[in-house]
Each structure stands twice: as C-alpha cells, then as structure tokens.
Design a protein around this ligand. Structure first.
Ligand SMILES: [Zn+2]
Ligand SMILES: [Zn+2]
Length: 155
C-alpha cells in the first residue's frame, strides 16, 4: 500500500524518494537517523529507492548511464525504471520486480486517495475544530456535583 501511495503521487514522485527512519534498539529517544534502505535487510525499500532514483535522474537502473550516454528505454510495466539495454534489464530484474508490478498497480489507486483523512485546519487559537459537542454522561449521585465527581476519581 505504501508503494501504491507513492506511485499515486505521479508527477510529484521526485518528492517521494524513500528513506527509512532508523529506530535504535533502545527505542526512540531523540533524534534518529534517516538512512537509505539497504539491499539485504530492506530489499523492497531498496528496490523502490533505486527505481525512483532511476526515474527522477533518468539514469539506467543498473549501470547509471544517463540519457546522454545511452539510449535509455523505460520499463514498459511501471514506466519508471530506465534501462540502457536488455543486459542491464536482466541484471536488475530480480530486484526491480519486487516493486515493478506494485508501482503499476499503485497508479490505479485514485479511489484510495479519496478515502484518506482530510487535513484539518486549526483556528486562529491553534485548536482543531470540534465535530460535535457531546455529553460525557457523568453518573452523579444525588447532591453530588461535577467537581465532587472528579475529586472522587482522584481519590
Ligand atoms: Zn545500463
Ligand atoms: Zn518496471
């Protein structure tokens, strides 16, 4: 799904270059490192990263030749990965195939985009709007008011 959403970004894909927040083993304690996903432990993220780079820089996914150095062809499936020839395509297919089909499917996810939460604009005091005010139904004994209720809860 993550891949699909990125592909849905379409023309904005240059903003979707995936990095991964590296969470230290002790948990999140402060600033954490933004790392490039590596090929062994994060093959899918790595492949997506390489594919997006190939697309945004218009370079061969395998040998990194650019469009001035080679006659690049774009992958017919995902329309994102560029290859300078069939040998480079074969060389990288085992990796690229991890994301190729998903990227293609992602471009059809427009309906999903409509279901995403909408941005809520804060008011001039910095508060989010309330949808509804609702009674939280305190169960008050006779003669007890709201302040007493909270005192009781606090013990
Ligand atoms: Zn190449
Ligand atoms: Zn592809």
């Amino acid at each position: 799904m993550c891949l699909g959403v990125m592909a849905k970004a379409g023309a904005n894909l240059h903003r979707a270059i995936p990095h991964v927040w590296e969470v230290p083993t002790g948990g999140i304690t402060g600033l954490n490192n933004l790392v490039d996903p590596d090929e062994i432990s994060m093959p899918v993220h790595h492949s997506l990263n390489q594919t997006v780079l190939s697309y945004t820089t218009r370079t061969c996914l395998s040998c990194i030749k650019n469009h001035l150095e080679a006659d690049l062809k774009v992958c017919t499936q995902c329309k994102m990965a560029y290859f300078c020839g069939s040998s480079c395509q074969k060389e990288k297919w085992s990796r690229h195939k991890l994301v190729c089909k998903k990227i293609r499917q992602g471009s059809d996810l427009i309906t999903f985009y409509d279901e995403m939460p909408k941005q809520m604009i804060v008011d001039t005091n910095g508060f989010l709007p309330f949808d509804d005010a609702y009674d939280n139904d305190l169960v008050l004994e006779d003669g007890q008011d709201e302040a007493d209720y909270y005192d009781d809860v606090e013990e």
